[in-house]
Write a protein that binds this ligand. Structure first.
Ligand code: LLP
Length: 387
């Protein structure tokens, strides 16, 4: 078994638990930074994907910036030594308290999502007698061809400022005393696997970059967001996403102005494959139509299958003599029929006490956990070991 955790390790831990492979994380970060640097691109890590302290520290050590969507994410990023001048603050609903936190910390840039937010930001900046830097998040009306819950760039989505309002946004900025417009921001969705979509994004970004230039706003930065997907079907074969191809699309299709910086906010592609959820079979139940393997991890520990019908690869860790496989629906203990990890998984005959590993949970796994059914919050372990 090529996995980094062995069955013999597990009795030391009580299941279920998240297990983060820091070797893989390190390799992933190295690749991402190398590929980005070839084009002089800047990466910011979207803390929302995973805020495990060891993961944050490692990401920070690569000189990567931060992309935050709450005041708590800003303070967490700063506590983990992400420099304030590498922090973006995004989100459609920034509260007054969060705006104050961001201003006090003198973060790099607010990604602004509405006209009213611009006015509120200007008022707060005046209150603090300071200037703030903003990038306008434009809604480019692009279909990212991903699950509709994680699609953010279409006109019907709540994100970004629509085309028709851009002139008004420019007017507000020009009349505001404390806002310094430094760039444009786009983020069209998550788990995007078709790189052609990013070509379309580049064309839209080029259009707006030029539009602002015509209006005498030479922008310092273009922020193209995140969204690069990972291979949930083959996590071992494709453990590191194709950052080279991803960045090349932008290098080829984005028309930057002299000295203009290009920024990205990557979450899933940096941390998704380094995390696994280790769980134990509690019961085998032969239903009328199918066999259920009931495990001790539930939708409380990984909500992605229930929420987005995501399919995470499930492997058996307990050694088995037979190679004959049986079809199981792998379900959790929560009182919801949506608490199912996989409708049909072929595994050797399971028994109570066998260990399973649910792959690719490094992004949007632990951070989306809940304590529904009054379940305990489960622990996370990290490892550098190679087996
Ligand atoms: N920038 C912005 C403005 C975002 O909203 C997001 C993610 C990112 C960057 C990072 O995107 P990534 O590179 O991770 O795709 N819980 C969902 C994913 C939600 C993504 C939210 N926004 C899931 O489990 O699939």
């Amino acid at each position: 078994m090529t996995t980094f955790i062995q069955n013999t390790d597990i009795p030391n831990y009580s299941t279920p638990f998240y297990y983060y492979n820091l070797n893989l994380l390190e390799k992933t970060l190295k690749t991402a930074q190398q590929e980005a640097k070839k084009h002089n691109f800047h990466i910011h890590y979207a803390l929302k994907a995973n805020n495990n302290p060891e993961i944050l520290s490692m990401i920070q050590s690569f000189g990567i910036g931060a992309d935050c969507v709450s005041g708590n994410e800003i303070t967490t990023a700063i506590a983990h030594d992400f420099p304030a001048n590498k922090i973006f603050f995004a989100g459609v609903g920034k509260t007054d308290k969060e705006i104050q936190t961001a201003i006090k910390n003198n973060i790099f840039c607010f990604n602004v999502e509405s006209l009213q937010e611009l006015e509120v930001l200007n008022n707060w900046a005046q209150e603090f007698q300071t200037n703030i830097r903003v990038a306008l998040r434009i809604n480019p009306n692009i279909d990212a061809k991903t699950h509709k819950f994680i699609s953010t760039g279409k006109a019907e989505n709540k994100f970004g400022i629509p085309d028709e309002k851009i002139d008004q946004a420019i007017e507000i900025i020009e009349n505001s005393s404390s806002i310094n417009l430094i760039g444009l921001h786009f983020h069209i969705g998550s788990q995007i696997l078709d790189l052609e979509i990013y070509k379309i994004l580049c064309e839209t970004a080029n259009y707006w970059n030029n539009y602002f230039l015509q209006k005498n706003h030479k922008l310092k930065i273009l922020n193209l967001g995140g969204g690069l997907g990972i291979d949930y079907q083959n996590p071992e074969k494709n453990s590191i996403p194709d950052f080279k191809a991803f960045f090349q699309v932008f290098a080829q299709h984005l028309k930057t102005l002299p000295q203009q910086e290009v920024h990205f906010e990557l979450g899933r592609s940096l941390v998704g494959q380094c995390g696994n959820l280790i769980t134990k079979v509690l019961y085998i139940k032969e239903g009328l139509q199918k066999n259920f393997a009931i495990i001790d991890a539930g939708m409380t520990d990984l909500i992605r299958p229930a929420l987005y019908q995501a399919q995470h690869k499930i492997k058996i860790l307990t050694p088995k003599k037979t190679t004959d496989k049986i079809n199981y629906e792998i379900v959790g203990p929560i009182c919801e029929s949506a608490d199912s990890f996989s409708q049909s998984t072929h595994l050797p005959k399971l028994k109570r006490g066998d260990y399973l590993m649910i792959n690719s949970v490094g992004a949007y796994g632990e951070v989306m956990a809940s304590q529904y059914n009054m379940r305990d919050k489960i622990k996370a372990f990290t490892s550098f070991s190679k087996h």
